[in-house]
Design a protein around this ligand. Structure first.
Ligand code: SF4
Length: 313
């Protein structure tokens, strides 16, 4: 399929993903400089954890600890519980995974049904119990919501050619200090070979500034593991069919190091109990497990609902 066969949405995405003329990979010295900065920033963690009981850092932990630390701590204490929104995201990701390897004509309804069956029928998938107990009406609603996102992907994202080496749910692990600090991530969609890769996060729902931070974290871990920086980062909204992209530069990687190091140090201190968590009200108050007992969170929610003036405004 050539550019002439793409519809306007697909053409727009393809234009953003294409390697620009004259593009050059980052100098290998950047990788060394970024790694040195990370190692120096995390020096206080040396010897505080072990390979058997490591400090594990992932994008969700970084995102929550940079939001409200108390929320971060409390959320870790709670067992993970599926809801319709989170399970929708998982089914959409599974459907995209199937799409990339689908043989023959693609019908979104068939792919969605396969994705639901694959998760519901797999006892190793933690969402299978949640799907099993879903009443038929809610299941129909869920299927409709997944179908909308998958149809958008089929209609608006350019078909991925085999020679682009697309990978879905691509796991990456990098560790420091004899495996006692471990950084991991799983990327939704990766296109291209190391050194010129495009890392794509597929989003159900709005694309927010936090998504850019998530992608920068991916870029950092990919750079340190492959010793080559990726070329481009992109969030693709499956609801609005929009791509938000950012070139990978030395500045982007340094920003990722600063945020990752600050987050990792905070996570370690909270895990070791060496200080109390800082309370920072924000959008997460809406789903915080301790919101009912949190005075600052309650006040923030009242301000958000327009029931109270914001003194800080
Ligand atoms: S309600 Fe808000 S401010 Fe309070 S702990 Fe939860 S997230 Fe933090």
């Amino acid at each position: 399929m050539g550019d002439d066969d793409l519809n306007p949405n697909q053409f727009e995405v393809m234009s953003s993903l294409r390697i620009p003329e004259g593009w050059q990979p980052l100098d290998p010295g950047v990788v060394v400089a970024v790694e040195t900065l990370l190692v120096e920033s995390l020096a206080p963690l040396r010897g505080r954890f072990t390979a058997e009981n490591p400090l594990r850092i992932n994008k969700n932990g970084l995102s929550t600890v940079h939001g409200c630390e108390k929320f971060h701590v409390e959320q870790k204490r709670q067992p993970f519980a599926w809801n319709v929104n989170t399970v929708r995201g998982s089914i959409v990701h599974k459907a995209v995974e199937l799409l990339l390897n689908w043989r023959g004509p693609v019908t979104p309804a068939d792919v969605v049904d396969e994705a639901i069956s694959s998760i519901a029928g797999n006892p190793r998938e933690s969402a299978s119990d949640f799907l099993d107990q879903l009443p038929p009406a809610q299941m129909a609603e869920l299927r409709g919501a997944v179908m909308a996102a998958v149809t958008n992907f089929v209609d608006c994202f350019p078909p991925l050619k085999k020679q682009w080496r697309p990978l879905v749910e691509y796991p990456v692990l990098y560790d420091l200090f004899d495996k006692s600090v471990q950084f991991n991530t799983r990327m939704d969609l990766v296109i291209g070979q190391p050194g010129r890769r495009v890392l794509i996060d597929l989003k159900t729902g709005r694309v927010t500034p936090t998504h850019r931070d998530d992608l920068r974290y991916y870029a950092l871990i990919e750079t340190l593991r492959t010793r080559q920086a990726p070329r481009l980062l992109a969030s693709y909204s499956l609801d609005s069919a929009r791509l938000d992209d950012e070139d990978v530069s030395e500045g982007v990687l340094q920003a990722a190091v600063r945020r990752t190091a600050a987050g990792a140090l905070a996570i370690a201190e909270l895990q070791l109990g060496s200080r109390e968590p800082v309370v920072r009200p924000g959008v997460q108050c809406r789903w915080c497990p301790v919101a009912e007992d949190c005075e600052q969170g309650q006040r923030h929610l009242r301000v958000m609902a327009g029931e109270e003036e914001d003194d800080d405004a």
